[in-house]
Design a protein around this ligand. Structure first.
Ligand SMILES: *[C@@H]1O[C@H](CO)[C@@H](O)[C@H](O)[C@H]1NC(C)=O
Ligand SMILES: *[C@@H]1O[C@H](CO)[C@@H](O)[C@H](O)[C@H]1NC(C)=O
Ligand SMILES: *[C@@H]1O[C@H](CO)[C@@H](O)[C@H](O)[C@H]1NC(C)=O
Length: 350
């Protein structure tokens, strides 16, 4: 019986697990609270789409206040005067999904500054003085959008394994000399490399970004080798993959060869296929998972039904037994009464 009960709970668990999204979204009412502490006196709290946000922009902060509510999920500290992010600056806040630090003076970020930001999805560090980033940033499990425009970043920041599921990457107005080599990146669909010092590009550079939709390479000084077909191949790859690119096309005036029969390199195909297979694998895992959930749910529902039926049968049987017992008791009581009556009558007669 215990196992039926357990499965019943399991099913209930599934139902409850799928409900909270709806519950949470249903409470978009904004609330505003003023904090009394002088350092955070102008930080306003706001609740939007269920996320608790601390709005602390343009307060002249030189460092992140450590006494905000610890359950904030959004921290907007744009337009302050923060110069450094130390390992301790964000430690009180463990639920942050969005951190906006645009337009500060940050020149250094200590290695573990984001180490406990396990739920971080969006980080905005636009317009600071950064020439380096902590390597751990690129391994955060939910990080999908990175704004790093208007810094002094160079190619070396990507000498690290990038495992975060990055989708959107703003790298414009920095000092990159090439399209970053991040390894296979199945999620990135937006890459802005505008206003860097990129000098050469090739189809192979783009191959590991198999989901790329938008690429901005404007305001760079790109030159293709004279004599080769690199320029044509790059244009062909962009066209084949339907990537929206700025500038629209490269004018391949320097190639002297006939490039009509030129092929993409084997490495280009290899990288692209590797990227595609990661996506395929993910789709299959997801499919397998939903199949499993379906199976477990069905079995649980089935067991729950059996449990309920057994329970009802059991109850009915008990009720019946009790009724029978009562009848029996009444019968014996009646018999006793009759006997008593009979014996009384006998006694009277004699
Ligand atoms: C890339 O960033 C620049 C600003 O540096 C912006 O003007 C441009 O629109 C962006 N490109 C795309 C395609 O969004
Ligand atoms: C073609 O070659 C010349 C001289 O090497 C160079 O200045 C020019 O930028 C090149 N053009 C392209 C589109 O690569
Ligand atoms: C590319 O692959 C093809 C077939 O797989 C092979 O014949 C060719 O030699 C390869 N080219 C290079 C440059 O490795």
């Amino acid at each position: 019986m215990a196992i039926f009960l357990f499965n019943g709970f399991l099913l209930l668990g599934f139902i409850v697990a799928s409900v909270p999204n709806v519950l949470v979204l249903g409470s978009p009412d904004a609330m505003q609270i003023m904090d009394q502490d002088p350092l955070v006196k102008k930080c306003r709290y706001h609740r939007d789409f269920s996320l608790l946000e601390a709005r602390c922009s343009n307060l002249g902060w030189q460092e992140i206040a450590l006494n905000l509510r610890t359950d904030i999920e959004v921290l907007d500290a744009s337009g302050n005067r923060v110069r450094e992010l130390t390992n301790n600056d964000l430690t009180p806040y463990k639920s942050l999904a969005f951190i906006y630090l645009r337009d500060n003076f940050i020149q250094n970020i200590e290695e573990a500054a984001f180490a406990n930001q396990l739920y971080l999805q969006v980080l905005d560090l636009t317009q600071n003085g950064l020439d380096n980033l902590p390597t751990g940033l690129f391994q955060l499990p939910y990080l999908r959008t990175l704004y790093l425009s208007r810094n002094k970043l160079t190619d070396s920041i990507f000498n690290v394994e990038v495992t975060s599921p990055l989708k959107i990457l703003h790298l414009d107005k920095n000092k990159f000399t090439r399209i970053p080599n991040l390894g296979v990146q199945p999620n990135i669909n937006y890459l802005n490399m505008s206003n860097n010092i990129i000098t050469s590009i090739s189809a192979e550079d783009l191959a590991p970004f198999c989901s790329l939709e938008t690429l901005d390479l404007s305001k760079n000084v790109i030159k293709f080798n004279t004599g080769g077909c690199e320029c044509q191949m790059f244009n062909a790859w962009v066209k084949l993959r339907e990537i929206k690119i700025k500038p629209k096309f490269y004018n391949c005036i320097n190639s002297t060869e006939d490039c009509a029969n030129a092929q993409f390199s084997n490495r280009t195909y290899e990288l692209y296929n590797e990227c595609k297979s990661v996506i395929q694998e993910k789709v299959e895992t997801e499919k397998a998972r939903s199949t499993w959930i379906l199976v477990v749910s069905c079995v649980s529902a089935f067991l729950l039904v059996i449990f309920v039926v057994l329970f009802c049968v059991h109850k009915r049987n008990r009720r019946r037994r009790r009724e029978q017992q009562k009848e029996q008791q009444q019968l014996t009581a009646n018999n006793a009464n009759t006997e008593l009556l009979n014996s009384n009558l006998k006694a009277d007669n004699s």
